[in-house]
Design a protein around this ligand. Sequence first.
Ligand code: ADP
Length: 315
Amino acid sequence: MNDEIDGAAIEVQSLRKVYAGGVEAVRGIDFTVSRGEVFGLLGPNGAGKSTTIGILTTTVRPTGGAARVAGHDVVREPLAARAASSVVFQDQVLDLTLTGRRNVEIHSRLWNVGGAARIDELSATLGISDIIDRPVAIYSGGQRRRLEIARALVSDPQVLFLDEPTVGLDPRIRHELIDVIAGLRSTGMTILLTTHYLDEAERLCDRVAIMHEGEIVALDTPPALLASLGHEVVELRVRGDGSHALSMLRGRGIADDAAFVVGGTVTLPMRNGDAPEVVAAIRGMSLDITALATRQPSLDDVYLRLTGNTFAGAA
Ligand code: ADP
């Protein structure tokens, strides 16, 4: 059933979605995901990530543009697009009264795929072999998430969609699940995932698209996104709102366009400047500073600069 993909695993062109009532959730986005790539969609609530996944999994009809999954147009060939992919949504779809195995079996019958051996293999891959024959009601949150991924994989999809796969899990379970997803990556599976967790994106994704208000505001590998901020950032905390401090820093030529404010924290990426010189200049100013430090840039900085309270052009 799974004909091989010739080109990209996912192709999205000028994709738009306007919901009834006029909310423009997706405003003409473009991206391509290659076979075997793990691609992350990042963005704050309301950015349009779920709508994009909804279109790719054929539950949301686009208003404009085109999207193909494994070469199949999601509007013209929705059944083929669905047959080539699987999705794990945030809302769980498991029957808690049944065993894990039975949940997976029901799904595999539906798709007429997989067998006992395949279920055993997937249970082993996802680390749930010892509980697969027990009722799902006794599973922990992390184990349920693993079972949902096993269930999604039983149809041997070419593309796996994971919508916030680790949301609501405690940190240790979250990191274990990240390891499981990293393991899938090494099998060559194409994965598109959405996440709020920047460390997760950095760890798992070959490339990341940052969405904001229905648009993609950055798309690159995590190292390239980090490099856009230079090799260091200077971070200062002031009492109250940091925007006044940023205006003063801009007025003195200490902060450039890349600098941004979140609450009382001002972050200055050192794209051109020299951190010790900038720190010395800041100390010489009459700012009510509570903390001043130099550190390495993180993906959080990239994300906050593009989607947070950036104070663009505030000088
Ligand atoms: P994200 O997944 O990034 O949080 P969504 O795709 O869920 O973003 O939402 C994008 C925008 O579309 C939001 O403003 C949201 O309120 C709106 N939206 C989402 N689903 C619907 C819907 N069914 N009807 C109307 N508006 C919606």
